[in-house]
Design a binder for this molecule. Structure first.
Ligand code: HEC
Length: 131
């Protein structure tokens, strides 16, 4: 009986640690960013500007179609994510703006590299990558 209990506890601990490792860490976005309204109108002009900026700054890791398969992706410890995934597209515009602006770990921050307007253009472009 004692052995069985130990075995059960052991399996529970294993299960919890595996699921913690497999889950991507939640990325908490402050409320003032989350609810931010995208000031750049969606449309061909913005998506085209966004495509150019995305190709130059982001595609090396995120891949041309945002699948997370850029040439640099295989050198990363963290999977950059699949932008065509419905789960990704659930991010609000403000979420995507915040994550791009501030980065974390292997995701660079673009605060000092890109103007806010350019980041919003990229956000509009990322919206076109859904399946
Ligand atoms: C050096 C590689 C690299 C480059 C270049 C890069 N990223 Fe990332 N990006 C990552 C990684 C790795 C993650 C996952 C980070 C994490 O979850 O901790 C990520 C995550 C993200 C996320 C959050 C995804 C999610 O599921 O919530 C967004 C949005 C994003 N990147 C946008 C961009 C944009 C826009 C650019 C270009 C302006 C860019 N990234 C350039 C590596 C990169």
């Amino acid at each position: 009986m004692k052995r069985l209990i130990l075995l059960l506890i052991g399996s529970a601990v294993m299960f919890i640690s595996v699921s913690l490792v497999a889950q991507p860490k939640p990325w908490v976005v402050p409320d003032n960013f989350k609810s931010m309204k995208n000031p750049v109108a969606v449309g061909d002009v913005s998506a085209k500007a966004g495509l150019a900026l995305y190709t130059k700054n982001c595609a090396s890791c995120h891949g041309k179609a945002g699948l997370g398969d850029g040439v640099k992706a295989r050198t990363l410890k963290t999977f950059p994510g699949d932008f065509s995934n419905p789960g990704f597209q659930k991010n609000s515009d403000g979420d995507l703006f915040y994550k791009t602006k501030t980065g974390r770990d292997e995701m660079p921050k673009y605060e000092s590299k890109l103007a806010d307007e350019d980041i919003w253009n990229i956000v509009n472009y990322m919206r076109t990558l859904k399946k």
